[in-house]
Design a protein around this ligand. Structure first.
Ligand code: FES
Length: 104
């Protein structure tokens, strides 16, 4: 399964991911620039990404905890999510995200 990531330079990368991995883990393991300081504990918001408009409504909605973390992040948009809170599944195969400015 694949994840498409647009980096800070606007370059798109197609990354192979495994079912059950977090989107943040796929981005980090392929060496793209994402801080993810808390390691996926939904405690830092440094894994902030923008979800492609076509995908926004296809994802499981954010938990209250994720919404609270996003409230503390910079440059938040209506399509903002935390990459550590989205799992790679059949339903997210082909997901397209863009790294947010504060996540590098
Ligand atoms: S890695 Fe810290 S909130 Fe996602």
């Amino acid at each position: 399964m694949y994840l498409h990531v647009i980096d800070h330079e606007g370059q798109e990368h197609t990354l192979e991911g495994l079912e059950g991995w977090r989107v943040m883990e796929v981005i980090r393991d392929w060496g793209l620039s994402i801080k993810a300081e808390c390691g996926g504990a939904c405690a830092c918001a440094t894994c902030h990404v923008y979800i492609d408009n076509e995908w926004v409504n296809k994802l499981v909605p954010p938990t209250d905890e994720e919404v609270d973390r996003l409230d503390e992040a910079f440059f938040v948009e209506s399509n903002s999510r935390l990459a550590c809170q989205i799992l790679m599944t059949e339903d997210t195969d082909g997901l397209r995200v863009k790294l947010a400015p504060a996540s590098d």
